[in-house]
Structure formats: C-alpha cells, structure tokens
Ligand binder design. Structure first.
Ligand SMILES: Cc1cc2nc3c(=O)[nH]c(=O)nc-3n(C[C@H](O)[C@H](O)[C@H](O)COP(=O)(O)OP(=O)(O)OC[C@H]3O[C@@H](n4cnc5c(N)ncnc54)[C@H](O)[C@@H]3O)c2cc1C
Length: 597
C-alpha cells in the first residue's frame, strides 16, 4: 500500500459527533497528489473513449460487449488498484482506489459491472481467502480474465440477509459441500466466472463459498428486465446438489456474516464514490444543455429557476465529495496504522473500514440521494428532451434509482448508522454520555448571547457545534426515555440519522472550505464558500425539523417544552441570501461549461 499522501490526524469512528475537527488536518480533494489525479484522468479517458460511445449497445446487452470492456479495463490496470502487487494488482492506497470508483462512476451500466467485480466480486476472496485461494483467483480477477459476482440475496431474504435459506451439507466422503437453494438479483451473474455465495451449513451455520461457473449443479436464470442499469447483467442463481470442493469454503464455518458485513462497509463508501462520478457527469450534461437550449429568445441558463437547480446540484456534489474523501483518508490512515502495528494487509483494511462503518453508511445514503436529486433535476432542466432516450440524462435518471436499494437499502443504512453510534457508546468506544450531559446542563442555563470569536468562519463553526448539540440532546433523551423500546421507534431513529447525516456532511464541507480559504484567500474561493453556506443553512433547517419531529414523538410536558426551546436556540442562524449565493455558483458553472471545483 502506498503512503504517498501525508497522514492526517484522524478522529475515531463517530468521534466527529463529540469533537471539533481541525480543518488543516482534514483531507480534501484539493490534496490529491499527481498520481491520484492521473489515475482519475485515466478512468475518465477510458469512459470517454471505450464506454460512452457504446452505451446503447451495452444497454441492449450485446453478447460479449460488457465482459470485453472489463478485460480492456483490466489491461489498463483499472481492476486492480486495491489489489496488492504480488497478486497482480497495483497496490494503491485507499484514496486512489476510491478515485477509480468515482472516475468510472459516470459509465452507467458499465460502472455497475465494474464496481461489483472489483468490490463484492473480488474483495471477499482477497480479504478472507487462504493463500491458495488468493493465488488461484485474484490474479485472474485483477486482469479481468475472470469476472466476479456475489450471491447473498435470496427471494425471501434481502435486507434480512442472515435469513438465507440456501443450505450446504458436507458430502459423505468429506470432499465437497453440497449446496441447495437459490439466489436472486445477482449483478454480473450472467457472465461471471467466480461467485462468492452464502449458504448455511447444516441449515444453521451461515458460511461463504467460492463457486465457479460450470460446477456441477450450478446454473443461472435468464436476465431480469429492469427499470434501469439495463446493460448490467442481473440473474438468479440456482444450486441443485451443487458440488463445491471443501477447499472452496471461504473463511470459517459459521462466520459468513463477518465476510458479508465487512465487505459491505467498503462497498457503501465506494457506492458513494461511483454516485459522485455519475452526478458530476449529469450536472455537466445539464449545464451544457441549459447553455444551448433557448426559450423566450434566451438560453434557459439565464433563468433564475434553472440557475437554482444547477447551483443546488453543484452544492450537493461538492458536499458529498468533501465527506467522501475526508472519510477515505481516515480509512487510509487507519489502515497504515494497523499495518504498522503488525496486522496483515487484509486485516488492516477491514479493521480500518469497520472503524468507520458509521461514516460509510452515512456516505452511502447521502451519495445515492444526491445522485437521485441531480439526475431528477437534470431531467427537468432538459424538459421534454430529458424524457427522451436520445439524451444521456434519461439513462442517468433510470440508472440512478437502484443506488438507494442495494448495498443495504437507505432505510437499513440510516437505522444502522444510529445503531452503530449507540453501540460504540455502550462499548465505551465513544463518550456520548459526557457531552450529552453537558448539553442537558446547558439547556438549564441562561443562553450566551453574541459571539466574540472573530476567527475565519467562526459563525459556521458554531453552527456545526450547535447541530451536534441538537443530536446529542435528542438522541440522549430518546435513549433515556425509551431505552430498549427505542429500536421499535424507527421513525425517531430515522430522524436522528438524518440529523447526523446533515451534520457530518455540512461539517465536511466547512472543513474543506476553511482549508481552501486559508490557502487561496477567501476572495479566490467565493463559490466554494457559497456552496458551503447554502448547504449549511438548509442543513440547519433540516436538523430543526427532524429534531422537532423526534422530540414531539417521545417527550411531553416540561421536558418537551425545554427541548423544543433548546432546539430553537441551537438552530438559530443569521439571515443569509441564498438566492445570490446560488446565482454566483450557477454563473461560474455556466461560464466554465461544467462543474469546476
Ligand atoms: C439491480 C439489482 C442488483 C443487485 N445486485 C446484487 C448482487 O450482486 N448480490 C446480491 O447479493 N444482492 C444484490 N441485489 C439485492 C439487493 O441487495 C437487495 O434488493 C436489497 O438488499 C434489498 O432487499 P429486498 O429487495 O429483499 O428488499 P426488502 O428487504 O424486502 O425491503 C423492502 C423495503 O422494506 C424496507 N425494510 C426491510 N427491512 C426493514 C427493517 N428492518 N426496517 C425498516 N425497513 C425495512 C427496505 O428498506 C425496503 O424499503 C441487487 C438488487 C438489484 C435490484
């Protein structure tokens, strides 16, 4: 693994909620090194020359086209960025491999195929395989000679993945596991050579197996007819007395859940990266269209309503990107730290991703919802043409929707993010209690007026501190009041999750902007400051709304009144002219012809 980008001082997972981050120690996209930028350019170039010209043919599932493109990507090293060199990969750092996902994210169905192959199709073997398994499969997966797929979901177990019914039984001679069952919605399933498949040994020990195309008793169903990502292969898998050699057991008997959940942590962050790449592509299409389409004798880009949309798309992208690379660097640093402490490379990365599992879930939800917002408004900017297959934005719209469903639905990820924060607190890994008590005490005290802090962005920093107080106040009171029944009050958990998501994202954008402004001077980064303030203002309103909904759902009497007053106090913001800020952001993009930050 490369350590070419200097280490930052990382917070522990979830710690941003109780600590103020240092902007100058935060990694931002402005910190990418030359090699990282080169890798991203390579990906964009690959899309432009190899993928985008054949998107229609990909969506018609022209036989051999997608697998052929994957081989070409492999020849350019795009499948092996996270694979160590001794296994045929490039051994790049986590940020670089995240940049590959972003760079290839604008490739519609191709992006899905490649993300599934390099992620869930390869990583289980890379991180959990024996030396022999790694030597057999990884070099071929790294070049694209073999394609990978991942079979977890079944007709009756999706979100409840551990409810799988597929069973495995050791054969009488002890040489094979005999698999029986069915998997559904398997990406790359129609052409993959290697499948990571989950089944319960003897019906109760959830375990993982490497299944190869052609193994006796293993067949695939026909392609699903889908709403979007039409060029991505999605099939069912059938196992009828399928004989899997015992040496193809992946990991330990009964420990399949460790593989499934750990791989998902990384997958969620990478999905955010791919969504970011797709969103940048869609906003660029929209800017180009808005500049050329004329109505009422002027380009539609000149209308305030269109500028609003373009600025809002850019703002959400900027924020999502800030949070993505802030977290990627934390994972990178943690991986280096664990490796230095003697952990083998697989345990180092898995440990690092697990440490930031809360942030990975947040990124997944936010990234997929930003993409959905951007493509939806992108279609609107295109008017009737946005509804036509002739325009790329209509494909982007159809292809976006799946991102809120797979890698854990956004509901599951919202619930998980709060659950994981609370569990970290209970295990003593995160001191929520102290800061939550301090907020309760503050509620009783006389409010401080004025803010003497005149350092740059003092008001925005205070706003973030206050957003965190809202979360601590609401979550702390909900835990105290509802205790064990809180898990049944999903609406409240969703409110808390949304407060946390908005706060983490807004803070990430603020830290990035503080760093840029310090380097370039505030006058040279006006639009970045605008985007941060636009987002922060809206995020504060959302925190107020979600907080109010939660408080009203579980509190009553004096406690309710006091918390609502506290919420009002903490979410107070000075008036901000977001219209002018959005115009500045949109005008810059219209001038440059693209998203340019
Ligand atoms: C195109 C496509 C490609 C896919 N690729 C793969 C793949 O390669 N490999 C693979 O294994 N799987 C794959 N999947 C499956 C995907 O991961 C599942 O669809 C997803 O996990 C949701 O499961 P489900 O469809 O059974 O929905 P369900 O779990 O039935 O969920 C239905 C709704 O109920 C909600 N819900 C469920 N449980 C809860 C709960 N406890 N609390 C609150 N709300 C809840 C969900 O959020 C959702 O809104 C793919 C799916 C699609 C559509």
């Amino acid at each position: 693994m490369s350590t070419s980008t200097p280490a930052t001082t990382s917070l522990k997972g979830g710690e941003w909620l109780i600590k103020e981050s240092n902007a100058f120690e935060t990694f931002t996209p402005e910190d990418f090194n030359e090699e990282q930028l080169m890798v991203k350019d390579m990906c964009l170039q690959f899309l432009a020359t190899e993928v985008l010209p054949v998107c229609d043919r990909i969506d018609k599932m022209e036989p051999g086209l997608m697998p052929g493109l994957m081989v070409k990507a492999g020849e350019q090293g795009l499948l092996g960025s996270s694979i160590p060199e001794n296994l045929g990969g490039l051994g790049k750092d986590f940020i670089t491999s995240t940049l590959v996902n972003e760079g290839l994210g604008g490739g519609y169905s191709f992006s899905v195929a490649i993300a599934a192959h390099t992620g869930i199709g390869t990583l289980p073997i890379l991180y959990f395989g024996t030396e022999a398994q790694k030597q057999k499969y990884i070099p071929k997966l790294a070049t694209g000679e073999w394609k990978g797929a991942y079979g977890l979901t079944e007709p009756n177990s999706g979100s409840d993945a551990l409810g799988a019914k597929t069973i495995a039984k050791l054969s009488d001679d002890g040489k094979h596991y005999i698999l029986n069952g069915q998997k559904c919605w398997i990406t790359n399933g129609g052409f993959a050579d290697v499948y990571t498949v989950f089944a319960k040994i003897d019906g109760d020990k959830f375990s993982c197996f490497i299944v190869e195309r052609g193994m006796e008793g293993f067949t695939q169903g026909p392609e699903e007819h889908k709403m979007g990502i039409k060029g991505s292969s999605t099939v069912q898998l059938y196992f009828q007395d399928c004989k899997v050699p015992v040496e193809n057991l992946l990991g330990e008997v009964g420990k399949g859940h460790i593989i499934a959940f750990n791989i998902l942590n990384i997958g969620r962050l990478k999905l955010c990266a791919a969504a970011l790449g797709g969103a940048k592509m869609a906003v660029n299409e929209s800017v180009t269209y808005a500049k050329t389409r004329e109505q009422f004798k002027t380009a539609i880009a000149n209308f305030g309503a269109i500028k609003f949309k373009l600025a809002e798309m850019a703002t959400k992208i900027f924020v999502s990107e800030s949070a993505l690379y802030r977290t990627s660097k934390w994972i990178d640093d943690k991986e280096v730290e664990l490796a230095a402490a003697g952990k083998p490379f697989n345990e180092a990365l898995l440990g690092a991703a697990e440490e930031y599992a809360v942030e990975c879930a947040i990124l997944k939800v936010h990234g997929s919802e930003v993409l959905d917002y951007v493509v939806d408004e992108g279609v609107q900017v295109h008017g009737g043409n946005g509804f036509s297959d002739e325009y790329a934005i209509s494909r982007a719209y159809r292809d976006s929707r799946i991102n809120r469903i797979y890698e854990g639905t956004n509901e599951i990820n919202r619930l998980l993010s709060v659950d994981m924060i609370l569990k970290r607190a209970m295990k003593g890994k995160l001191d929520l209690m102290g800061p939550a008590m301090a907020v309760s005490k503050e509620l009783m005290s006389i409010p401080e007026f004025g803010n003497d802090d005149e350092t740059p962005f003092a008001k925005e920093r205070k706003a973030i501190v206050n957003m965190k107080k809202c979360i601590l106040m609401v979550a702390g009171a909900a835990v105290q009041k509802l205790m064990m029944t809180l898990q049944d009050e999903q609406e409240i958990l969703m409110n808390i999750a949304d407060m946390a998501i908005e706060t983490f994202e807004a803070e990430s954008a603020l830290l990035r902007v503080m760093k840029i402004a310090d380097k370039q001077g505030e006058t040279n980064c006006q639009q970045q400051i605008d985007m941060m303030r636009i987002y922060l203002n809206d995020a504060m309103d959302k925190v107020n709304k979600f907080g109010k909904d939660a408080i009203n759902a579980f509190a009553g009497g004096d406690e309710q009144r006091m918390m609502l007053l506290g919420l009002k106090r903490f979410t107070k913001m000075e008036p901000f002219n977001s219209k002018d800020a959005r115009r500045r952001v949109a005008d810059k993009m219209i001038g440059e012809g693209k998203y340019c930050w």
